[in-house]
Design a protein around this ligand. Structure first.
Ligand code: AHG
Ligand code: MN
Ligand code: MN
Length: 344
């Protein structure tokens, strides 16, 4: 062997990491690595499109309104199409796609002779989270969640897709910031990858991410304060009170992008809230492709996610686009919020 400096360990790509994880878990099949590879591909294309957003005609509104009643940005639509294209020919694995930007599930799995469809998994996604940030060149994200669908599912039935967060087999997000970061879990810890644009690969940048048990930061749209329930208002008042022993007041940080605000909590700890409001008891965020996947990731990192009265992971959805109040982040901070909410 040649003498000299030791050769640096080669970077660990997302694909290699998933294959290694798979080898370590004998029950795991190779299927998930193909799904992750397609999610990574969609993320790379979205990151590329976003980096040129001011130069090509992708900024602004399409003029359409989505199922949520929200104005659709051109980049919402483009990112949705990117996810769909990444999966529509993967009939063998993913049977159904559910997106914030599609009123109805898209059944991409090929129809079989017995009337059922090919594919063991359903992919839920928010293709572009925080899309109002795009026009001001601020951070946005994508969120994804993978569920197993019953083998002999009724053809194209929504009921088979209405599963709790606890049943997710994988979840994660992509953050398009100064660098593009992909964070995911399959229930065996949380791992982070950073896109090296020079080689077009996601490279492992943090293994087994954890979240501080208690934090220093809270994130909420405080313009809505007067609409929050009393318990929630009292919790935020408490965070703003001065108390050296518990490190209060907390700092306030709110980007308008859920992914970015939750990602921050991995470094500094704390809590993100999008609470219930007067006349809007279900809050704003969607359960199946915003709250539940982020709850899975945060819980795997030692954090907690709740509506204030119930764990997000335990909610049995009644509709695919259902909304929930969300309080997510460091375990002690979310538990404290629950105490205030229980006190009314
Ligand atoms: P989306 O862009 O997918 O509709 O999600 C926006 C979400 C979330 O990212 C963010 O935290 C929140 O809505 C911001 O809402 P407000 O503008 O009401 O604060
Ligand atoms: Mn969103
Ligand atoms: Mn969105």
């Amino acid at each position: 062997m040649r003498k000299g400096k030791p050769v640096a360990q080669s970077p660990i790509t997302l694909t290699r990491h998933i294959l290694e994880e798979q080898a370590a878990h004998p029950g795991a099949t190779g299927e998930f690595s193909t799904i992750m590879a397609q999610i990574a591909l969609a993320a790379k294309i979205i990151a590329r499109d976003m980096s040129r957003a001011g130069l090509i005609d992708v900024l602004g509104l399409t003029g359409a309104t989505n199922i949520q009643g929200e104005a659709v940005q051109k980049l919402d639509q483009l990112s949705n199409e990117t996810f769909v294209r990444a999966f529509e020919y993967y009939g063998g694995l993913v049977r159904t796609l559910v997106s914030e930007e599609m009123d109805k599930p898209l059944h991409v799995g090929g129809l079989l002779l017995d009337g059922t469809r090919q594919g063991k998994y359903a992919l839920f996604f928010d293709p572009l989270d925080g899309s109002s940030n795009v026009d001001v060149n601020a951070t946005v994200g994508s969120i994804f969640s993978v569920h197993k669908v019953p083998e002999h599912a009724r053809p194209d039935s929504d009921a088979d897709l209405l599963k709790t967060g606890a049943e997710q087999v994988a979840a994660g997000y992509v953050l398009y910031g100064p660098s593009t970061v992909l964070v995911y879990t399959v229930g065996a810890g949380v791992h982070q990858f950073t896109l090296d644009p020079g080689i077009g690969e996601f490279i492992l940048s943090a293994r087994h991410l954890t979240m501080p048990q208690r934090g220093k930061v809270y994130s909420a749209n405080e313009g809505n304060y007067p609409k929050w329930p009393t318990g929630t208002r009292r919790f935020v008042d408490y965070l703003r009170d001065k108390d050296q022993a518990t490190g209060r007041p907390y700092s306030s940080r709110y980007s308008g992008c859920l992914v970015a605000d939750v990602h921050r909590l991995f470094s500094v700890g704390g809590v993100y809230l999008y609470p219930a409001e007067t006349g809007k008891p279900e809050g704003k965020l969607r359960l199946m492709y915003e709250a539940a996947p982020l709850a899975f990731v945060v819980e795997q990192a030692g954090g907690r996610a709740s509506t204030g009265t119930q764990l997000i992971a335990d909610i049995k959805p009644t509709t695919l686009h259902q909304r929930v109040p969300l309080i997510i982040g460091s375990r002690d901070d979310v538990s404290r919020a629950e105490e205030f909410i229980a006190g009314g």
